[in-house]
Design a protein around this ligand. Sequence first.
Ligand code: MN3
Length: 214
Amino acid sequence: MSYPYELKPLSYAYDALEPFISKTTMELHHDKHLNTYVTNLNFALQDDESLQSKNLEDILSDLENISSPNAVAIRNNGGGVFNHNHYFEALAPQNSTKPSEFILQALTASFGSYDAFVETFTKAALGQFGSGWAWLVGNSAGKLSVVSTPNQDTPLKDNLTPILNIDVWEHAYYVDYQNRRPDYVTNYFNIINWNIVEQRLRDYYAKLTCLFCN
Ligand code: MN3
């Protein structure tokens, strides 16, 4: 993804995640919230040709070196675009995918078991005070872990590879769950697109392997 950024369409219908996430939530979340981040990111980058030529992940991995007067807007809206695309892409209708043996082995190697991963991820999602995200990430040594980030921050700036993320801003669940974030997080595990998770894990491991290619 690079400038000018566009609103990436969902790969499923707005009502495909019901009853866990409603059509109304998806319409607002994708067409309004994400669209605003896209618009504001393009605006923040409009006079910066050097950042326009970089892809979004590279910008977010190197925030400290942004000299633009719009650095804060780039961080917040760039994170908003990246985080939401990452989140929406890895959702799917209930029972349409399941964790493969490959995924289960990867999670077991780092967390002890799939259930322990779910518990750790849930704890991070519930423990994030206010708005933010919980993430499954991989580090440069091949170890998976769970982290959370406030607002629209990403793990990219910490040299971590995002594998899976859940949006715990209230706009992600308030229409459907009001204040019941725990119910939203529990139900989220019914609508993860495990095929995308597997693809991201394989890309992550391939990148790690390549550090030693030479
Ligand atoms: Mn959101």
